[in-house]
Ligand binder design. Structure first.
Ligand SMILES: *Cc1c(COP(=O)(O)O)cnc(C)c1O
Length: 408
C-alpha cells in the first residue's frame, strides 16, 4: 500500500482527482457475454414483443421476489404510473410530494390530472401524512407516495388519511426495488405500486417498468391498457395505449436478477464507508437507512446542515471540479418547475430546505471503495478550507461546469 500525499483540491488549482468524471447512476450491466446470450435467446425465438415468454417469466420472477400477486411489466416507470392511475380511475387532483423526480408529477399531468404538492418529512424525505389532510378537496382522488431513495413512506399514516377521505393510495417505488418495509417487500403496499427499470435504476431492463398489485382487477386493466385495450380473451375491451416491454428488455432483466444481491451488498459497503468516513464531520450528514430492513442502498445521500462551512452548491462545485459528478437531486422541487411553478402551492418549507441541502454521491457497482475514500477526502478537505473554496467558487461563477442530464 502506498501512502498518498494530501491532494490539492482542483477548485484550488490542483489536478482533478477524477479526470474521467465519477457519475451517479452509471448503468451496471454485469457480464456482457451473459447479456448477449440472453438477447440471442430472444432473437432465436423470433418472438420479440407482445408479452412473450421472457416478459411472462420476468413478471413471474418479480411477483415472487416481491411477494405480490400481480406484476405487469411495461415500457417505463412513467408508463407504469400512468397505467396504474388509469386502472385506479383517478380523476381531478392527486396529492404527491414535490421533492421527487419530475416524472412523478409529469406522469399525472400528462393524463390531465392535477398534481397537488405536499411537503415531506425532514428526516425520511418522504411525503408527510400529517400535511396531506389539509390539501384534500372535493376533487382529490388519490395520494401518490414516493419511496424516495428507497426509504419507505409512512404507509400506515398514509393509509389512515386515504381511508378517512376515501382516496386511492398509489406508490411510486422507482427507487425502492429490493427494499422492504415492516418486513414485507415494497411492491404490495397501497392499491398499487410502480417501479422503473430505467438504465440508471437499481434493477434495469434498459428501459422498462412495472405495476405491482394484489388487486386482480387493477392488474387486468393495466394488462389491457398496455396493449391497445386488448383484454385477456384477446378482445378490444376499451381504450389502451402501447406500453409493452420488449422480449429483449425482459431478457436483459432476467439476466440481471441474479446479480442484485451482489450489487446490493456492494452498495451497502460503499454506503457504510461514506457514513464512517464522513461521520463527525461538522456540517454534513449521510442519510441512514434502517438496519433491520432490506435496502438497495442505490443512493448515497448527503445533507449539509446549518453548521456547514460551505453551502451544498459550493460543496458541489468543489466536487465537480475534482471530477466527482455528484447530483443535486431533487433541485428545485417539482412545484418550482414548469408547468407547475406558476400555480398556487401550499407552503413547502422542508422541500425548499432539502432542495438546497441534499447531494447524491456517486455509488453503484461502477464505483470502487478507493474512489469512495477519495470523494470523502475531497469533501473533508473542501470543508476544511471553506473560505478559500468559497472564493474560488465565486471566482468561477458563470464558468462552473453544470450537471448534465441523467448519466446513462
Ligand atoms: C426514474 C423515475 C421515474 C420514471 O421512470 P422512467 O422509467 O424513467 O420512466 C419516476 N419516478 C421516480 C421517482 C424516478 O426516479
Amino acid at each position: 500500500m502506498t501512502e498518498e500525499r494530501p491532494r490539492r483540491l482542483a477548485i484550488l488549482g490542483g489536478r482533478p482527482a477524477f479526470p474521467e468524471p465519477l457519475v451517479v447512476g452509471r448503468p451496471a450491466l454485469g457480464d456482457r457475454r451473459a447479456l448477449l446470450r440472453a438477447i440471442d435467446r430472444a432473437l432465436g425465438r423470433r418472438w420479440l414483443s407482445n408479452s412473450g415468454p421472457a416478459v411472462r417469466a420476468l413478471e413471474g420472477r418479480l411477483a415472487s421476489h416481491l411477494g405480490v400477486a400481480h406484476v405487469v411489466a411495461v415500457s417505463s416507470g412513467t408508463q407504469a404510473l400512468q397505467l396504474a392511475a388509469r386502472a385506479l380511475d383517478l380523476s381531478g387532483e392527486v396529492i404527491l410530494p414535490s421533492f421527487t423526480y419530475v416524472a412523478s408529477a409529469h406522469a399525472l399531468a400528462w393524463l390531465g390530472l392535477r398534481p397537488v404538492f405536499c411537503d415531506v418529512l425532514p428526516r425520511a424525505h418522504t411525503i408527510d401524512p400529517a400535511r396531506v389532510g389539509p390539501l384534500v378537496t372535493a376533487r382529490t382522488s388519490a395520494i401518490l407516495g414516493v419511496h424516495l431513495w428507497g426509504t419507505p413512506c409512512d404507509t400506515r399514516g398514509l393509509e389512515r388519511v386515504a381511508a378517512r377521505h376515501s382516496l386511492r393510495l398509489l406508490f411510486d417505488a422507482a427507487h425502492a426495488f429490493g427494499c422492504s418495509h415492516q418486513g414485507r417487500m415494497i411492491g404490495a403496499f397501497g392499491n398499487a405500486e410502480t417501479f422503473s427499470f430505467h438504465a440508471t435504476k437499481h434493477f434495469t431492463t434498459v428501459e422498462g417498468g412495472a405495476v405491482a398489485t394484489d388487486d386482480g382487477d387493477v392488474a387486468a386493466r393495466v394488462r389491457a391498457f398496455r396493449r391497445f385495450g386488448i383484454d385477456g380473451r384477446g378482445q378490444v375491451s376499451g381504450p389502451g395505449t402501447n406500453a409493452t416491454m420488449s422480449e429483449i428488455c425482459a431478457e436483459i432483466g432476467l439476466a440481471g436478477l441474479g446479480r442484485l444481491g451482489i450489487i446490493e451488498s456492494g452498495n451497502r459497503r460503499r454506503h457504510q464507508l461514506y457514513a464512517t468516513r464522513l461521520a463527525g464531520l461538522r456540517g454534513v450528514r449521510v442519510l441512514a437507512f434502517q438496519e433491520n430492513e432490506r435496502q438497495n442502498c442505490q443512493f448515497a445521500v448527503l445533507e449539509t446542515t446549518q453548521k456547514a462551512a460551505l453551502t451544498r452548491d459550493e460543496l458541489l462545485a468543489a466536487l465537480m471540479a475534482d471530477g466527482v459528478a455528484a447530483r443535486d437531486y431533487f433541485a428545485p422541487g417539482c412545484h418550482r418547475l414548469p408547468p407547475y411553478r406558476g400555480r398556487r402551492h401550499a407552503a413547502l418549507p422542508v422541500t425548499e430546505r432539502l432542495s438546497q441541502t441534499v447531494l447524491c454521491l456517486p455509488t453503484g457497482p461502477a464505483v470502487g471503495l478507493h474512489e469512495v475514500r477519495t470523494v470523502c477526502d475531497i469533501i473533508r478537505s473542501a470543508l476544511g478550507q471553506a473560505d478559500a473554496v468559497r472564493l474560488a467558487v465565486r471566482a468561477r461563477a458563470g464558468g462552473t461546469p453544470s450537471t448534465t442530464a441523467r448519466g446513462s
